[in-house]
Design a protein around this ligand. Structure first.
Ligand code: DLL
Length: 427
């Protein structure tokens, strides 16, 4: 499936799409109402090209029909629930049938394999095991391959490192921010990853990260760091994954169809253009999703990949339509600032962006941690670095900011997804 010709793939996608839409129309009242309102009948949907006529789904729909209003299978066929914590109130939840767990495991087995895993590997799972999909997804994929799994779940850094060393873990699955923190701690403990550890690669995702951050993790841990993408509403991690070419994430297109749309007009955009990523599931039975708007911004490409997989690839997530900060009228993505900070000498990539409104004008403060060496340096040198970073941020994002270099380890660490922005204007 991963190397199928694009023509054959489109044929399979069309058939699976038609069957899924029929199932949705027949079993889920919301889908029926929306399709009726849009004047589309299940029999109108015969190929991938017909996707554009279908209505969109949004995160708010999962909240409105919480918890089981979007099930397309009888509740007794649901064998698992996962969810993601919303910023407010109830989590959003998704129900999985046995088929859905199987499909997801297959997607994660492909993901780990593409990063170099075989049945001889030892996979340390440091994503949280719980309602969050990260831990279970990585566990299921490694289990499907027949690798040895260490289901550590998140937290307790010292213990993670002890187990990694004692058991000889070869692959690591966690968020990129935690991977970089693990790498720093390993170095501080005087552990030499080449000599004392057996790690060779990691699948890092669940939050946006940059190419600069990849290089940092690869150097700290002496491994290949691959990006992995997914979301609870669609399956969990493994919707898309990087191979060792590291040139974008292959989308599991035999299970989902990806589109890029203009977030304002909702119209499809051609491959190569940045826009909002939209997914339609075509094999999910429990809670299938029709044109689900992720609010994640990226590009798509179907150009050949040297690995031989024909599955189209999505680029890095450059931001979200809803975490894009509009500061004094300028669109700013935290990832742009991260790329400056990770590339700068004397600072660690632990940062916080604080946006405020003073005298009806927006302000941006960038707090970034100094390295231990830098912290002990002269005031004049620290000031020079601060000025350099301020100028770099100005040239990359186009607005002035106040850069504050703070003490090492003063910005809270996260074991799961990192929190990088405090927008006081929204309070
Ligand atoms: O974060 C699933 C996951 C677990 C993916 C482990 C990868 C690894 P949710 O909690 O539902 O699911 O959050 C989904 O996280 O819409 C993106 O905004 C963001 N996200 C996930 N992977 C990436 C990535 C899991 N590789 C939301 N790069 C998505 C950037 C990512 N953002």
């Amino acid at each position: 499936m991963e190397c199928i010709s694009r023509d054959e793939l489109h044929k399979i996608q069309g058939e699976r799409l038609a069957a899924t839409v029929k199932r949705e129309y027949e079993n889920v009242p919301v889908y029926r109402e929306r399709m009726d309102a849009a004047g589309v009948k299940p029999e109108d949907i015969r190929s991938v090209e017909d996707l554009q006529y279908l209505p969109f789904m949004e995160k708010t729909d999962l909240r409105d029909y919480y918890p089981f209003g979007l099930l397309a299978s009888p509740q007794e066929e649901i064998v698992r629930i996962h969810g993601s914590s919303g910023t407010t109130g109830k989590p959003i939840v998704s129900g999985y049938t046995r088929n859905d767990v199987d499909v997801w495991s297959e997607m994660m087995a492909r993901t780990l394999t593409a990063a170099g895993a075989t049945r001889g590997d030892i996979v340390q799972v440091t994503y949280g095991l719980g309602l969050f999909t990260g831990g279970f997804g990585a566990y299921q994929g490694a289990d499907r391959i027949g690798a040895m799994v260490i289901p550590m779940s998140s937290g307790n850094t010292q213990r993670q490192i002890m187990m990694m060393k004692d058991l000889g873990a070869t692959m690591l699955c966690c968020t990129p921010s935690y991977a970089s923190y693990l790498g720093e701690t390993i170095r501080e403990m005087g552990i030499d990853p080449k000599k004392d550890l057996k790690l060779k690669a990691g699948c890092f995702g669940a939050e946006p990260w940059t190419e600069e951050m990849r290089q940092r993790i690869e150097q700290l841990l002496e491994i290949d760091a691959c990006d992995i993408y997914g979301l609870t509403e669609i399956a969990g991690p493994g919707v898309a994954f990087e191979c060792l070419e590291k040139n974008g994430m292959h989308i599991n297109e035999d299970h989902v169809i990806a589109e890029i749309i203009d977030p304002t007009t909702g119209k499809q955009l051609p491959y190569g253009m940045h826009g909002e990523l939209v997914f339609t599931t075509i094999t999910k039975t429990g809670m299938p999703m029709m044109r689900y708007r992720t609010h994640d911004i990226c590009t798509l490409t179907a150009d050949k990949c040297a690995c031989g997989r024909t599955l189209a690839r999505m680029g890095r997530i450059v931001g979200r339509t809803d975490d894009m900060l509009v500061i004094r009228g300028v669109n700013v993505f935290p990832s742009q600032i991260e790329s400056v900070l990770v590339g700068a000498d004397g600072v660690a990539p632990h940062y916080m962006l604080i946006v405020d409104r003073v005298n009806s004008s927006d302000t941006l403060e960038v707090q970034v941690e100094m390295t231990e060496e830098m912290f002990g340096d002269t005031v004049a040198h620290i000031e020079n670095v601060r000025k350099y970073i301020t100028a770099q941020i100005k040239s990359v994002v186009g607005i002035a900011s106040k850069v504050k270099l703070v003490a090492p380890k003063s910005i809270p660490r996260s074991e799961g997804k990192a929190k990088r922005v405090i927008d006081n204007r929204k309070l």
